[in-house]
Design a protein around this ligand. Structure first.
Ligand SMILES: C[S@@+](CC[C@H](N)C(=O)[O-])C[C@H]1O[C@@H](n2cnc3c(N)ncnc32)[C@H](O)[C@@H]1O
Ligand code: SF4
Length: 442
C-alpha cells in the first residue's frame, strides 16, 4: 500500500460529490451469471427476520434528476398485468424460501401510490397473504408522491399497517422544482403533507434536494423551514447528482454548484431544530429517537425483492433483473418480466457474487457511513480478523481527520460525514470499480 502524507488526502482534493453509496456493490456492477435456483441460494441463509421489498416501477412524471427503474408509459391494463405477475412471482419465491419470516416490509418505486387503489390493495395482499408478512406487527414503509397520496390510498395504507410514509418534495420553491421537469407545486405538496399528517402515520419522511438550478442557500433554507412546519420525524437532504440519460443529464444547462454551502447550512439548521444526523443525508427528530421507532434501512443482508427492478440480497449473492434508465429499455424489461413463465421466478441469473473481501467491504461501507460507525468487535465476530489489519488504508481516514477511533469504533468526523460520497467510492474494490466503469448504460 503506498504511503500518502496526511496533508495530501486525495479525498479532500476532489469534489465531495463522487457517488451516492446506498448499496454496495452498485447495481451497475451486476452481470449475468449461470442460473441458480432460489432454494439453493437461500438454503444457507438465516430466514427468521428478512426484509421484504416490492418494487412498483410506475410514476405520473419522469423527473429530470431521476435514474430509478420506473416508467410513465403505462395504462391500467399494463399495470394490472404487472400486479398479477408480482403475485405469480411471490408464490414461486415463497415456495423456494420455505419458512421465511419477515421483520420489515417496504413498498417503493417509482411511486407505489400511482397504482389504482384496488391494485395497491392487491400488492398489500401479496405481502401479507402470499409472503406471510404480518404487516400490522412489523415496520412498514411506503413511498408516495404528493399528487398520488390521496385520502383513500393513505387511509388504506394506514389501515393495513403502514407506519412510515416517505414523500419526495425536493423543494418548496415552484421555479426550482420546474427546472427538474417535475410537475408539482408547493401548494400541492403542502396539501398532501396535511393529508398525510391527518391520517396519523407515526413516521413521516420527507426528501429534499440541494444544488438545484437557481437554488441559493437562502431558498434552500426556506424549503427546509417549510418542511419543518409539518414536524417530520425524518428528513433526507440529497445533494443533486446529474446522471447520464436523465432529463437533466441530457440538457446542456449549466449552473453554479452550491451543494457544499447548502449541505452545511441545512445540517446546521436541522441540528439547531433538534434533529440528529444519522448519516450524510438522513436526519431524525429527537421525538422519533425517543420513541425508538426503527430506522428505515433497506440495506441489510437478507432482503427479498419482488417486482421488476427489485434487488434481493443474501450475504454472498445480490441479484435482480436487468437495469435501464432509458424509457424504451425500461418498458421492454417490464414486458419481459410480465411474459416470464412461473418457473423463471424460481431462479436468479443476474447480479453480483460477494466473496469474503466484498462482504468485508460492504460491512465497512455500510457501518462507517452511518451514525453507528465501524465496530471492530462486530467485524471480528463476523469475519474472525482485525479490520485495521485487513484494510490498513482505513488508518488514512484518521490521519486525514475524516474519522476517529473510540476504543473499538471507527466513527466519521464532521468533515468525514460531509465527505461520505467521496469516502464510499474510495473503499470500492478494484473488481467493482472495473465492472462499474465497463457497464453499458441503456
Ligand atoms: C426513491 S426516490 C423517489 C421518491 C418518490 N417517487 C418521489 O419522487 O416522490 C427517493 C429520493 O431520492 C432523491 N433523488 C433521486 N434522484 C436524485 C438525484 N439524481 N440527485 C439527488 N437526489 C435524488 C429524491 O429526493 C427522491 O425523492
Ligand atoms: S423522483 Fe420519484 S416521481 Fe420522479 S421519476 Fe423518480 S421515482 Fe418517479
Amino acid at each position: 500500500m503506498p504511503l500518502i502524507p496526511s496533508t495530501q488526502s486525495p479525498l479532500l482534493a476532489q469534489s465531495p460529490y463522487q457517488a451516492y453509496i446506498y448499496a454496495y456493490p452498485h447495481k451497475t456492477a451486476y452481470r449475468p451469471f449461470p442460473a441458480r435456483s432460489l432454494s439453493e441460494i437461500w438454503s444457507t441463509e438465516k430466514q427468521n427476520s428478512l426484509f421484504l421489498y416490492i418494487h412498483i416501477p410506475f410514476c405520473e412524471m419522469r423527473c429530470g434528476f431521476c435514474n430509478l427503474f420506473t416508467t410513465i408509459n403505462h395504462n391500467d391494463d399494463f399495470v394490472s398485468h404487472y400486479v398479477c405477475t408480482v403475485q405469480r412471482q411471490a408464490q414461486r419465491v415463497k415456495t423456494a424460501l420455505g419458512n421465511a419470516q419477515f421483520a420489515r416490509f417496504a413498498l417503493g418505486g417509482g411511486t407505489p401510490t400511482q397504482l389504482p387503489i384496488a391494485a395497491l390493495e392487491a400488492v398489500l395482499d401479496v405481502a401479507e397473504d402470499t409472503m406471510g408478512a404480518a404487516l400490522k406487527d412489523i415496520p412498514v414503509s411506503v413511498e408516495v408522491s404528493p399528487e398520488t397520496a390521496t385520502v383513500e390510498k393513505l387511509q388504506l395504507l394506514r389501515d393495513r399497517g403502514t407506519d412510515r410514509i416517505s414523500i419526495g418534495v425536493q423543494s418548496f420553491i415552484d421555479r426550482e422544482v420546474l427546472t427538474t421537469q417535475r410537475r408539482q407545486t408547493a401548494l400541492q405538496v403542502q396539501t398532501a403533507l396535511t393529508r398525510i399528517r391527518k391520517t396519523g402515520f407515526p413516521t413521516l419522511n420527507l426528501d429534499l434536494i440541494y444544488g438545484l438550478p437557481g437554488q441559493t442557500v437562502d431558498t434552500w433554507l426556506h424549503s427546509i423551514r417549510t418542511a419543518l412546519q409539518f414536524q417530520p420525524e425524518e428528513i433526507y437532504l440529497y445533494p443533486l447528482y446529474i446522471r447520464p440519460l436523465t432529463g437533466l443529464g441530457m440538457s446542456d444547462r449549466q449552473w453554479e454548484d452550491s451543494r457544499l454551502a447548502c449541505y452545511q447550512a441545512g445540517r446546521d439548521l436541522l441540528r439547531a431544530e433538534g434533529y440528529t444526523q444519522v448519516s450524510m443525508r438522513m436526519f431524525r427528530s429527537h421525538q422519533a429517537i425517543e420513541s425508538s421507532s426503527p430506522v428505515y434501512c433497506c440495506q441489510a443482508d437478507g432482503m427479498v425483492g419482488l417486482g421488476c427492478g427489485a434487488r434481493s440480497y443474501t450475504r454472498s449473492l445480490h441479484y435482480s433483473n436487468d437495469y435501464a434508465v432509458n424509457t424504451k429499455e425500461i418498458r421492454s424489461i417490464i414486458e419481459q418480466y410480465i411474459a416470464c413463465d412461473d418457473t423463471a421466478f424460481e431462479q436468479a441469473d443476474y447480479g453480483f457474487e460477494l466473496n469474503r473481501e466484498e462482504q468485508q467491504r460492504r460491512f465497512i461501507l455500510l457501518s462507517l457511513l452511518s451514525e453507528e460507525g465501524l465496530n471492530g468487535l462486530a467485524y471480528r465476530d463476523r469475519f474472525g480478523s482485525d479490520v485495521l489489519t485487513d484494510f490498513p488504508e482505513l488508518q488514512h481516514l484518521i490521519d486525514w481527520n475524516l474519522a476517529h477511533l473510540q476504543t473499538n469504533l471507527l466513527v466519521l468526523s464532521e468533515l468525514g460525514i460531509e465527505r461520505s460520497d467521496a469516502i464510499g467510492p474510495w473503499l470500492f474494490s478494484e473488481k467493482v470499480q472495473r465492472s462499474m466503469q465497463t457497464y453499458q448504460l441503456k
